[in-house]
Design a binder for this molecule. Structure first.
Ligand code: CMP
Length: 140
């Protein structure tokens, strides 16, 4: 079934010049890019996006990492794109992410305690609708 998902190319992806590589993987898989914008996230966007992680030990570092430079927000569309993009991304922890995945091939974690893993993808239809509303209110 056709779905939309919210993808973030996190600041480490932008800083390392990996936008093209990651977008190429999305497009060659066959997903369509419906919207794309680069900007530095506001504190409001990050606290809304990561509300479920508030209070966790890595939360302050997470917000600092995600606000440290420009990121690229993307709405991607396609059959089962929510699970499909998460397969492309690989496991959250880059050390455990399988080779062939974005994180497995490209991510390191040299700046713990925050896992810097290049990309975010919505984890459910509910999350996708909520997150698209945060980053692209005009699409809500
Ligand atoms: P993301 O999919 O954007 O959702 C929350 C982010 O927090 C996650 O990717 C990682 O960047 C980071 N994260 C998740 N779990 C941990 C953890 N256990 N320790 C450190 N960072 C984490």
């Amino acid at each position: 079934t056709a779905q939309r998902t919210l993808v973030l190319l996190k600041p480490d992806a932008v800083q390392r010049g990996l936008r093209g590589e990651i977008i190429r993987r999305l497009e060659t898989k066959g997903y369509e890019i419906v919207a794309l914008a680069q900007r530095t996230a506001t504190a409001e966007e990050l606290s809304a996006h990561y509300a479920e992680h508030e209070g966790k030990p890595f939360y302050p570092g997470l917000v600092e990492y995600m606000g440290a430079g420009p990121l690229v927000a993307i709405v991607a569309e396609g059959d089962s794109v929510i699970a499909g993009f998460r397969s492309l991304a690989g496991a959250t922890n880059p050390t455990e992410a399988a080779p062939g995945t974005i994180r497995g091939d490209l991510a390191r974690e040299w700046d713990l305690p925050v896992i810097q893993n290049l990309v975010h993808g919505s984890d459910s239809e509910e999350s996708a609708a909520r997150e698209i509303g945060i980053w692209f209110p005009e699409l809500g």
